[in-house]
Design a protein around this ligand. Structure first.
Ligand code: PMP
Length: 317
């Protein structure tokens, strides 16, 4: 597992500060109650030399939805959000190295939902090719995704990841790189940080969000790519035993890309064909070699050709 990187800059408290300065107070609700909502976003170098963020507007909109459900005020416009990401990534990016970023609204003031104030904190990290496994062993966790009336899966909040952490600890003991979380009814919800895709009978199936999955941006992309290939795409409840008789399984998410699965609960799956075709179309659409109309890529001006980390306005000096 890659060690946590410590990039030189973090956007916090309205400007870029050093990694060491980027701290939260022990008394704030972000710390005492784990109260924050976030988005993990991903950038890809494009053939024209620009660095572009995948589905940025959709991530901004989901951040707004998560904040709304948890009554966290968030006034920034899409353009302001984009400018902050541009400023930080522009200050950190190294030519040729991809980056991902976490944009988090931490609740810094307020108490039990009164006088809530949140700070938009943005971090960005390098992405190395070796972090993407070719295919993984997937287990099924004994831990369950919480319900909509307790910790809604629709909300991308830090506290929602406690169960995924426990599932991954459980999975490591079984030699699994990721685990399926079932919902309270014992049907498939999602992975620990990704959604689940299953190929059966020539179609792709995925649990709908109401089964306990995040409203995934990557699933929407997969649906569009499947449509272009003429492959049926179905959102429906998926039972645990279906995974054991599936033709192919993959996990998908902004940071997981399309991760193919080689074994499910220790049982080997056949060589993927439908999902590997989707995986390759997805990567080509993201890196701009075969654009797809559904796959939106937003270039960051501070990372445009000629503006490297060393001469950006981020102030490396
Ligand atoms: N479920 C969880 C719990 C996740 O953390 C993610 C990653 N954001 C996903 C699903 C996939 O969502 P997306 O495709 O929007 O990245």
């Amino acid at each position: 597992m890659a060690k946590l990187q410590t990039p030189r800059f973090v956007y916090i408290g309205g400007r870029l500060r050093s990694w060491e300065e980027a701290v939260l107070h022990v008394g704030c609700e972000a710390v005492t109650r784990g109260l924050s909502v976030f988005e993990g976003i991903r950038g890809f170098w494009q053939p024209d030399g620009s660095f572009a963020i995948l589905m940025l507007r959709q991530h901004y909109e989901r951040l707004c939805r998560s904040a709304r459900i948890l009554h966290i005020p968030f006034e920034k416009s899409y353009d302001e959000y984009k400018a902050i990401i541009d400023e930080l990534i522009g200050a950190l990016i190294e030519p040729g190295l991809a980056m991902w970023s976490r944009t988090t609204l931490f609740v810094t003031e307020g108490h039990w939902g009164e006088d809530t104030v949140a700070d938009l904190v943005v971090t960005a990290y390098n992405l190395y090719a070796e972090e993407f496994p070719l295919a993984i062993n997937l287990g099924i966790s004994s831990w369950r995704r919480s319900e909509d009336v307790s910790l809604p899966a629709r909300v991308k909040s830090a506290s929602n990841y406690q169960v995924g952490r426990l599932a991954r600890i459980e999975g490591r003991k079984q030699g699994c790189q990721d685990m399926v979380l079932l919902n309270r009814s014992g049907r498939v919800a999602e992975g620990t940080g990704s959604c689940l895709l299953m190929a059966r009978g020539g179609a792709i199936h995925t649990p709908s969000a109401s089964e306990g999955a995040l409203e995934s941006i990557t699933v929407n992309i997969v649906e569009a790519l499947a449509g272009s290939f003429g492959i049926e795409f179905v959102r429906r409840p998926v039972e645990r035993t279906e995974l054991l008789v599936a033709d192919e399984i993959a996990l998908c998410g902004t940071l997981a890309d399309i991760t193919l699965v080689k074994t499910i609960e220790g049982m080997p799956l056949r060589q993927p064909s439908i999902l590997s075709a989707i995986q390759s179309a997805y990567l080509k659409a993201c890196n701009g070699t075969e654009p797809h109309p559904f796959v939106e890529l937003t270039p960051l001006p501070a990372c445009s050709p000629g503006k490297t980390a060393r001469n950006s306005a981020g102030g490396k000096a």
